[in-house]
Structure formats: C-alpha cells, structure tokens
Design a protein around this ligand. Structure first.
Ligand SMILES: Nc1ncnc2c1ncn2[C@@H]1O[C@H](COP(=O)(O)OP(=O)(O)OP(=O)(O)O)[C@@H](O)[C@H]1O
Ligand SMILES: [Mg+2]
Length: 200
C-alpha cells in the first residue's frame, strides 16, 4: 500500500486526478473527491433550485450551459465549464460538441416559444440531449440532471429527486436510468419522462 496519511479503506483510489484543484499534499480517495464535488454542487443547487430561477438567472443560452457546469464543479476541477477535446466512449465526437450544444440551446428556445412539448417532456429532452452530447470530461450526468431540474423549477414544477448515489454501480436504479436513456436514444422518451415525474 502507498505511504499515505489517509486511509483508503472502503474507497477506490481515483485513477484520473489530472485537473484536480484540491491540495496535492494529501492523497484523495474517490469518496473524498465525490464529497468535495457534492459540496460544490450543493451551492449550485441552492442558487438555482431553492427559489424559482428567473430567465435572466437561468437563460439556457450556450454560455450559461457552460457556466452551470463551472458553478457545479469549478471548486474541484480545472476542466469545469470547459468543453472536452478528447473522445470518450459516450458522447458525440469532440469537434462536434460546440455545434451540438448550440443546437440544443436553440432548440430549448424554440420548444419553449412554440410549446412543442409539455414541461416534463421538455426537461426530459434537455436532460437526454445534454448527456448524449457529453460536452465535458466528467460530471455530464449530474450537470444534465441539474439542467432538467432547473428547467422544471423555472416552469412551475418541483425538481426530480434523483438518488445521487446514481454514481454507484450497485444502485439498481442506475440500470433502469441508463436503460431509459438508451430508449430515448431510439426516440422513445416514455420511461425517462416517467422518471421526471418523481419530484420532491
Ligand atoms: N451506457 C451508459 N453508461 C453510463 N452512463 C451513461 C450511459 N449512457 C449514458 N450515460 C449517461 O452518462 C452519465 C455519466 O457521465 P459522467 O461520468 O460524465 O457524469 P457524472 O455526473 O460524472 O456521473 P453520474 O451521472 O454517474 O453521477 C450517466 O449519468 C448517464 O446520464
Ligand atoms: Mg463521472
């Protein structure tokens, strides 16, 4: 075992800590980092979900989509709010990310103006497209779920109570969630819409 001041029992050491803003003199475990992230995300949650966010506060414009990710992860990671330049196993090709994200923000404006879908379906589609694009190195799931929640809150619904241990592979709800996302990839949004109905 590595010489460390901190026990890493019960936690997996994280493999990619490049871009970690936390002190380098300490050895961090996955659960330490997850906790730091959760604290950071909590600040964004309070900002956007405790009261109804105005359209000025949460405009769903391209630059705000990036800003929200920065607000959720910027105290922990250098790559927060910055579009990825590398390919991942999920997501569009890196060079397509800016265009796809701009299309999404334009679509949100259009969907809202034309009442194309009801609020839950719009939130569901935002969530699905955002995570399908996968604009960032990490945190795409939490960011896309936050986007959907902000949209719902802004439009008179309460946010979805995602079990944020969705991260853990042991969480059975995660499998159902991933399955619902995959169905939505094929144009069937039904299951994912139902999941957005489970609010506070
Ligand atoms: N086949 C898949 N396996 C895992 N995640 C998937 C898959 N398809 C889509 N996703 C989405 O990608 C997200 C994971 O991406 P990423 O690791 O960037 O997000 P995160 O916020 O760090 O993690 P998490 O969403 O697990 O909290 C999942 O939450 C889900 O929304
Ligand atoms: Mg992740």
């Amino acid at each position: 075992m590595k010489n460390s001041t901190k026990s890493i029992e019960h936690a997996t050491p994280i493999d990619d800590i490049s871009g970690l803003k936390l002190s380098s003199s300490k050895m961090y475990t996955m659960s330490d980092i997850y906790e730091e992230e959760a604290n950071n995300i909590l600040q964004a949650t309070l900002k956007y979900l405790s009261a109804i966010p105005t359209k000025k506060e949460a405009p769903f414009a391209y630059s705000w989509l990036l800003l929200l990710h920065e607000e959720m992860f910027g105290q922990v990671w250098e790559w927060a709010g910055k579009l990825r330049h590398t390919e991942l196993s999920i997501g569009v090709k890196a060079y397509l990310v800016p265009m796809e994200l701009k299309k999404l923000s334009d679509d949100i404006v259009y969907w809202r103006a034309n009442k194309t879908f009801d609020t839950i379906e719009t939130a569901t589609r935002i969530h699905h497209r955002a995570v399908q694009i996968h604009p960032f190195q990490n945190g795409n799931g939490r960011w896309s779920r936050m986007l959907a929640n902000i949209y719902m809150r802004q439009n008179g619904l309460m946010p979805v109570k995602w079990q944020e241990d969705l991260l853990s592979k042991e969480n059975k709800k995660r499998d159902a969630y991933i399955e619902a996302l995959k169905k939505a990839d094929g144009g069937d949004y039904g299951d994912l819409i139902l999941m957005h109905g489970v609010t506070y």
